[in-house]
Design a binder for this molecule. Structure first.
Ligand SMILES: NC(=O)c1ccc[n+]([C@@H]2O[C@H](COP(=O)([O-])OP(=O)(O)OC[C@H]3O[C@@H](n4cnc5c(N)ncnc54)[C@H](O)[C@@H]3O)[C@@H](O)[C@H]2O)c1
Length: 364
């Protein structure tokens, strides 16, 4: 299949392109490169790509693809809180336009990287299946609900969307993120000797390794269309539902000379949910999700040790998505809509009417 992976320069996308290509797919990335150079260690990426904001995609960019794996997004709650309208603009409106254009030019599969965070504070005591009611608590989670809803309305015999409801990822990828729970706890433990918990440790969080998410994407792409047409799948393993304090204990066991510290105000985090992954297992009996949080914490610890991760790096901007975007805005490299500003053209020399056009072309 010829597959376009949006967000291919991100945490999940940078691994997904590799895994799809290794399976024989022809893969092209598309990304605006907010996190260019934010790697842990060296990373060489040979994949073909389009450097573009997804909000500026044209039919020509999409023609000829069999499938789109749509990952590009403002990818967490803190980014959604920065300026909520930007999360809606990129994650919902822009993504919907992309899907419509894709359908118009004949792309038949659209695999959307959704999130279990749309279940919100749904801790009913039972793990939640795909039928559970949505309870999104943040603009980020709402944007996922809205896009799933609108994609479902587009599903027909020409266009098959699939909703990958990933739970919180962990593990090493070429574009590591330090702002997701296990990566973060392990990084704090390694750089400061403290496993820092900001809630009271009781919230439930299902976790899944980044590589296992990519394997699930591959399984969906390779499945017959009728198996995945307009279907949602919770992506993870039943035995990987943890309370945050369980994760802290795992990290405490693995990283030498560290201890747990409750650093927040001790109030419970309202985002808490346990998830049932039975549908994924039943639909893809051959799909092997290989990782556990324990194995992942070992992997992360080794990666941090090998690359000499420092506290300054951890608290800075290479691995914390919000910090990176704030810096790009502060340095006036991104404009207020999170599009790149033209490089090397003093604002005073740009005729007012041509500003938008100039940003769209030079800024990419
Ligand atoms: N990592 C997780 O724990 C997790 C869990 C559930 C769902 N997801 C979803 O999976 C997807 C990928 O997550 P990730 O962790 O790799 O995030 P990431 O932030 O590492 O990567 C997102 C990528 O999208 C790109 N991007 C953002 N806005 C764009 C735009 N307007 N145009 C073009 N490119 C743009 C960024 O430059 C970045 O490379 C996201 O949709 C996220 O919501 C992630």
């Amino acid at each position: 299949m010829k597959v376009l992976v949006t967000g291919h320069d991100g945490y999940i996308g940078s691994l997904l392109t590799r895994i799809l290509a290794d399976d024989g797919h022809e893969v092209v990335g598309l990304d605006t490169f907010y996190f260019e150079g934010c790697t842990l260690g060296r990373h060489k990426d040979d994949s073909a790509y389009i450097r573009k904001d997804l909000r500026d995609v044209t039919p020509l960019d999409l023609a000829g693809f069999d499938a789109v794996c749509h990952l590009a997004a403002l990818s967490n709650d803190p980014l959604g809180d920065l300026r909520p309208e930007l999360t809606y603009d990129i994650n919902h409106t822009g993504s919907l336009c992309l899907a419509r254009l894709a359908k118009d030019v004949g792309v038949t599969r659209f695999v959307f990287s959704s999130s279990c965070s749309l279940y919100g504070s749904n801790d009913s005591g039972h793990p939640l299946t795909e039928q559970a009611r949505f309870c999104p608590l943040t603009p980020y989670a709402e944007s996922k609900v809205e896009l799933e809803h609108d994609l479902a309305a587009m599903a027909d015999d020409r266009f098959s969307p699939t909703y990958m409801r990933n739970c919180t990822a962990y593990g090493v990828s070429p574009k590591l993120r330090g702002d997701i729970v296990l990566n973060n706890l392990t990084a704090w433990a390694f750089t400061t000797g403290k496993v820092k918990i900001l809630s009271d440790g009781t919230p439930w969080r299902p976790l899944v390794h980044v590589e296992d998410i990519c394997r699930a994407f591959l399984a969906v792409l390779n499945a017959p269309r009728e198996t995945v047409h307009n279907e949602a799948f919770n992506i993870g393993r039943d035995d990987e539902n943890y309370q945050v304090r369980d994760l802290a204990e795992i990290v405490e066991r693995i990283v030498p000379n560290c201890e747990i510290e409750y650093a927040g105000d001790g109030s419970p985090d309202p985002r808490s949910y346990r998830v049932d992954f039975g549908k994924l297992t039943r639909t893809f009996p051959d799909l092997e999700l290989r990782w556990t949080a324990e194995k992942g914490a070992h992997e992360l610890y080794e990666a941090y040790r090998t690359n000499g991760l420092t506290r300054e790096q951890l608290e800075g901007d290479p691995y914390i998505r919000l910090n990176r975007l704030k810096r790009l805005i502060r340095e006036e490299r991104l404009d207020e809509s999170l599009r790149w500003k033209p490089v090397g053209v003093p604002a005073a020399l740009v005729p007012v009417g041509s500003m938008a056009e100039l940003i769209a072309t030079v800024g990419e």
